[in-house]
Design a protein around this ligand. Structure first.
Ligand code: NOJ
Length: 571
């Protein structure tokens, strides 16, 4: 499709087409390797478009494929308008846009503009204090009274999300630059209008190529509050004070400028990743009239099993906490809109984290987790392999991990004297690498992902869990996802119905209704690995339409382990 044809197609969509959509996230490095170098690539993705069409998703969100030193697997970008040779070329992206559009799907690109790579030309220039780009990043002198480059001389006490201080000393000028992520990911200074114009013109360049939206990486971090010391939680040395780094005072202004100068009139799906944000703030960003984005990725539910050491604390999800959180977000956004997710490239596999990944129960558990998410109000996101019930990897040694976040955390823990053997089970359970093992296409060695040694190990369970075994099996997890996506497409009550939680404090039960006019749907799920008798005050609904279930309904009042039912109870 030419870019003007794409423009025409976009203009003819209903404004809020993304409310009916299901999004599929591809992490290119781990999806499909076409050239046998052990790393996934764009040609690999092009070979799988029919698979995506069979699944029935509407949109593909592509994690970064831009030129990058790959310090954080492409979330460190050194050229926003070119493609890393590891993944392919701009011609491949054009083919991807055309291939998706031909099949009625759309493409959302990752937009990583809180920071660039330290190898981006802007930052290279900015290292020179006399350069006109010096102010494009956050350069600050050492803390008064502390010689630059010595411990504790950082301008503020902020911690980086990848361990250690968020400031790096540059011997060239003796100043420090801010990096909320790795030291190879310096934060851009959005206060500078030239930075905003440079980002906006890059975004327009991508829209002209025909893409259909942006997933905006940590976009609520672009406006910082005062660059001052923050509060330090007990047991920590560095500050992670959300009030200083997230949802800063100029965020609405920056996003409104982006909306007016880039997004307006294009009819896009825009989703802002917003760590540390609140439901009240998310409501304001997604308000259809005054807000700036279609939806946000909030983090509250994926943080519920974090403890004193963050995600590596060994804590388990309390499902009743999660139910309360669902109620809060289903009811708290007003006219705004939710994104629905458990998995992405930063989260471990949900089946291992909150479900039952044992060979006996994993299929039922994966299906029920899917139904619980897809029957909520909002736009569901499927992360590659989730539709197959992929599980965490059995990591047994530190040397198997690849992710900078896990490796930096382990190095710091080692420096604090924590034995690796203590940390390993926590890393194995929560590391981002669990999401990044290769997509399991077949039972062959290499899982059909690559003919070479892949950049990260393939999960040995690909022999049982793989796409080839599932696509044509009506009882598979894949078929269940297909059915859920179809339910959303076919039924307005799934898209727009009001949400009401039932029995919120009943352990083991997850039950809710969706209501639109006369139409009422009931979702009943057993979220345990034991049989569950339904409470007597909860109707078991024998005579109703079973729209989708995980098991034969033998006893209406009894749910098998991880059984769920989606019932139409009135119309
Ligand atoms: C959020 C991304 O999802 C994550 O993968 C990345 O490491 C950070 N932002 C930094 O870009």
């Amino acid at each position: 499709m030419t870019s003007s044809a794409a423009e025409h197609a976009r203009a003819n969509r209903p404004d809020d087409w993304w409310r009916s959509a299901v999004v599929y996230q591809i992490y290119p490095r781990s999806f499909a390797d076409s050239n046998g170098d052990g790393v996934g690539d764009l040609q690999g993705i092009l070979g799988k478009l029919d698979y995506l069409a069979t699944l029935g998703v509407d949109v593909v969100w592509l994690s970064p494929i831009y030129t990058s030193p790959q310090d954080d697997n492409g979330y460190d970008i050194s050229d926003y308008t070119d493609i890393d040779p590891l993944f392919g070329s701009l011609a491949d992206v054009d083919a991807l846009i055309a291939g998706l559009h031909e099949r009625g799907m759309k493409l959302v690109m990752d937009l990583v503009v809180n920071h660039t790579s330290d190898e981006h030309a802007w930052f290279v220039e900015s290292r020179d204090p006399a350069s006109p780009k010096r102010d494009w990043y956050w350069w600050r002198p050492a803390r008064p009274g502390h010689p630059a480059g010595t411990p504790g001389a950082e301008p503020t006490n902020w911690g980086s999300f990848f361990s250690g201080p968020a400031w790096e000393h540059d011997p060239a000028s003796d100043d420090y630059y801010l990096h909320l992520f790795s030291r190879k990911q310096p934060d851009l200074n959005w206060e500078n209008p030239e930075v905003r114009q440079a980002v906006f013109s890059m975004m327009r360049w991508w829209l002209d190529r025909g893409i259909d939206g942006f997933r905006m990486d940590v976009i609520n971090l672009i406006s910082k509050s005062a660059l001052a010391d923050g509060e330090v939680s007990e047991g920590q040395v560095l500050s992670y004070d959300a009030r200083l780094v997230a949802d800063g005072p100029r965020l609405h202004e920056f996003l409104t400028e982006m909306k007016e100068q880039v997004l307006a009139g294009h009819n896009l799906l825009t989703v802002g990743e917003m760590p540390l944000t609140t439901v009240e703030k998310a409501a304001s960003y997604t308000d259809p009239v005054t807000g700036e984005l279609s939806m946000v990725f909030q983090f509250e539910h994926v943080d519920l099993d974090h403890g004193p050491y963050g995600k590596y604390s060994g804590q388990r999800l309390d499902w009743n906490d999660y139910k309360r959180n669902v109620v809060k977000w289903q009811s708290g956004l007003g006219a705004g809109w939710n994104s629905l997710y458990w998995e992405n490239h930063d989260q471990p596999r949900s089946l291992s984290r909150i479900g039952d990944d044992s060979p006996e129960l994993r299929v039922a558990s994966a299906k029920t987790l899917a139904s619980l998410l897809h029957l909520q109000r909002g736009t569901p996101y499927v992360y590659q392999g989730q539709e197959l019930g992929m599980t965490n990897h059995p990591f047994a040694e530190l040397g198997e991990f690849r992710d900078i976040e896990a490796l930096r955390y382990a190095a710091e823990a080692h420096d604090r004297g924590q034995p690796v053997s203590d940390l390993l089970p926590h890393l194995a359970r929560m590391s981002r690498d669990n999401a990044r093992t290769p997509m399991q296409w077949t039972a062959e060695p290499g899982a059909g992902f690559s003919t070479a040694e892949p950049w990260i190990a393939v999960n040995p369970n690909h022999a049982e869990i793989n796409a080839a075994a599932q696509v044509d099996d009506p009882a598979s997890v894949f078929s269940h996802y297909q059915a859920l996506i179809k339910l959303r497409h076919d039924h307005e009550v799934v898209r727009l119905g009001d949400f009401e939680m039932l029995a919120p404090d009943d352990d083991g039960l997850f039950a809710f209704t969706r209501t639109l006019g006369e139409e009422v749907w009931l979702v009943l799920a057993n979220i345990t690995s034991e049989p569950l008798r339904l409470p007597e005050d909860l109707p078991s609904h024998t005579g109703d339409d079973l729209m989708l279930g995980t098991h034969e309904r033998v006893d209406p009042a009894l749910l098998q382990p991880w059984e769920s039912r989606v019932l139409r109870v009135s119309r």
